[in-house]
Design a protein around this ligand. Sequence first.
Ligand code: ADP
Length: 483
Amino acid sequence: MITWDKSLDSLFINGKWISADSGRTESVINPATLEKLTDVSWAGRTETEHAIQSASLAFPEWSRKTARERSKILYKTHELLLERVERLSTILTMEQGKPLAEAKGEIRSAANFFLWYAEEANRLYGEWIPSSIPGKRLLVKPEPIGVIAAITPWNFPSSMIARKLAPALAAGCTVILKPAPETPLSAIELVSILTEAGVPDGVVNLVTGDAEEIGSAFMESRDVRLITFTGSTEVGKLLMKGSANTVKKLSLELGGHAPILVFEDANLERAASQTLASKFRNSGQTCICANRVYVHENVKERFANLLHEKISLLKAGNGLEKGIDLGPLINRQSLDKVQSHLKDAIQKGANVLNGGAPLQTGLRGYFYSPTLLTQATKDMKVMREETFGPLLPLQSFTEEADVIHKANDTDYGLAAYLFTDNLSRATRVSEALEYGIVGVNDVFPAVPEAPFGGVKQSGIGKEGGSQGIHEYVNLKYISTVID
Ligand code: ADP
């Protein structure tokens, strides 16, 4: 346990921790127990404008540093994150609810993003183009885009920040970070570590507070050149509309509705374990987690039985305790959404194999029992909308072409998964799926070295990989006539 004896001055502007001008604060709540952890400052437009100004002033010097200098700071951040994994994961679990083992995994993942971009900072190459006109030299030079604003969600309060800040800083950008109001403490810890690692004043700024005021200050600013956002498709669309006037670049990681396709030639044991891991990690509050499973008619009963047995063994509770597989949902609204999707599915003919109700754990938080549904059909909400909770519907299929059509029949296009031991099928189906990420016998595709991102209404741009740093640069083309 970690305790805070006073409220935190959680705005970090130009290298100083300060409170909001209004003196306003908001509580941070442990979602497992509903106890207050501490209070943080609640910023609005004025503080955000100061933070933007601070990032603008810091930009020329930071962007002129050599890649190697920036890389060293990112490498140090990676080391500090790993050294502090116990503290950081405990705080993450306390404010977000996920089991401690998952929180540790998240901190290590955040650290690895800093390591990856410490390395990529040194490999941000340009291009020399052979000219068709004699006496000309044509060069393409990547330059940092400028001041960027990062808006992050509560489901991965540490790694979502790392994915954005590591490439932005590597490229030479300066940043204003707005974390989710539910999970500001992980953001505060990370910003402190960046400062300790040597990030100069003004290069990283933090504003916790009113989403709409902070968001509109970002959107209306001429200095903010890019908004990088992870969150709902609805807010992503607002950011796109609001950024039109200043023609900002946007990098958007939005919602998903991931299908899992289980073919009859799959290793069913593996498919069941992985489906379970994908759906119930973070209690189903993950944008790439399984939302709907299509299982071949011939194996549907065996697969459902395997899942049923495995789900029966899952234990929910306070993530700080040993042996806990599922933490609470983030708030009451989330629980209500799971309930309403379940009710709708039952009304439309689904059969409940496991769970199906809120869970009594003796804690005050919003726990929901891991729930398995069979006989799901496409008209059910759970088969079309993001539930963001531990509800897993199964629907059977017989034809490959038909299941591909079903999988693609959505406005989302983030991640899709398939289980098969047939190489031709794996290749054919993964190429036919209209998704930014496809996992073949793999539900954990997110790694720092690969490009993560959706298509359709799941987003624009990539995080991770050599591609991820390109979000944060402009390509300047220089054409020179030589005498
Ligand atoms: P969720 O419903 O999962 O919380 P949101 O998209 O609402 O997803 O939130 C993701 C992030 O976007 C959070 O940091 C939240 O505070 C922020 N956010 C929500 N509404 C706005 C808005 N109108 N402008 C800017 N940021 C917003």
